[in-house]
Write a protein that binds this ligand. Sequence first.
Ligand SMILES: Cc1cc2nc3c(=O)[nH]c(=O)nc-3n(C[C@H](O)[C@H](O)[C@H](O)COP(=O)(O)O)c2cc1C
Length: 418
Amino acid sequence: MPHLNVPQKQKVHRRMPKWSELRSQLQFAPFERDATTRRLGRAHTISDLRDVARKRVPRSVFEFVDGGAEDELTMSRSRAAFDRVEFRPSALSGALAVDTSTTLFGRSLDQPIILAPTGFCRLSHHEGERAAARAAARAGIPFALTTMGTVSIEDVATVGGPEADQWFQLYVMRDRGLTTDLIARAKAAGFSTLAITVDTPVTGQRRKDLRNGFSVPPQLTVRTLLDIARRPSWWINLLTTDPLVFATIPAGEPEAHAKFIDSVFDPGVSFEDLKLVREAWDGPLVLKGIQSVEDARKAIDYGADGVIVSSHGGRQLDRSPVSLELLPQVADAVGDQIEVLLDSGVRTGADVAAAVALGAKACLVGRPYMYGLMAGGEAGVDKAIEIYASELRRTMHLLGLASIDDLDTSRVRLRPSN
Ligand SMILES: Cc1cc2nc3c(=O)[nH]c(=O)nc-3n(C[C@H](O)[C@H](O)[C@H](O)COP(=O)(O)O)c2cc1C
């Protein structure tokens, strides 16, 4: 064995650095005193906001928002379709700045996003629709108030301010007088666009709501009482603010959500009934919940100005078509005659870019801003909108595109599903 002259390891004497020496190398994050800001600061995606939301509200409320119909197949397929998106970027495109704004029905949107109509907003947070309407107005995007709103048409119009672009979503009621009365109120309050939901002749079966005994207002059971102990601030807010009722339509007795809705909406509504609506509303009219090319064509025949390709977020007919997959066919068939919009499963700014590239003028988002509401009230809705805005801007920049109009079918394809 040759003798290796291995140098002896020198013993290193370490000394504790002084604080003054450390200070230049370490940065301490400032402590955020406000708990909501701290919570929202941890959310970088809509999925993070969802995680925060889950911890803030009773389980039955979270699952009412988060859940879908029956086996939730359409809900999960809608999400999976966005995972199949593949972009085609341009290298060295020279696009210096990115402009995400678009124009819809003659009004400018800072980004192609609309806060979708969602019932019982005040269950998610006591400020409910007020918070969402204010956040949307600040962000320069429309807010859509549902017929099932927990803040009235007139109150929403007031909080948004004169510049706000507000839509009213209408369910055609058994009582046609009430239906036209709601249209007149929306018109008088300055709402810009009327969306008629056409996918809800009856309410889809939401099994989580059934299992949770979901009702509005919540009914007291042993489980609710235990829940109060675990989510005291949500309950205190619920019990110390205006009673939670439908603010736009006459409230029924506390009963199962689906049962009440089915007693008010007209299950027999047909395309012919749209004539009544068209006569009463002279602004932009949109059909929400279109799920076939044929119905999109019919929408034109009956005087609609736009269609929303939507499965109601997978909350109505389970196994219904997936919006993103149907979109190119609808856009091809009617896109040059009316506006085509899309919702169901849009969770990132990249999803918005993909939908616009495949023919949507804008996307509606429902659950994502409700997660924001649950996670942090109005600031949470701001956060949800900011997440979409920054993701969309970054996606467009990475694609090498300067303007929303540059997003077209040459930029995207849906990879074959596995
Ligand atoms: C809690 C909740 C309540 C909803 N209420 C209504 C409603 O009253 N009217 C309506 O047309 N759509 C309603 N929707 C459907 C949304 O408008 C929208 O179509 C759907 O949320 C889009 O899917 P997304 O949640 O995946 O974004 C509701 C959705 C949720 C999550």
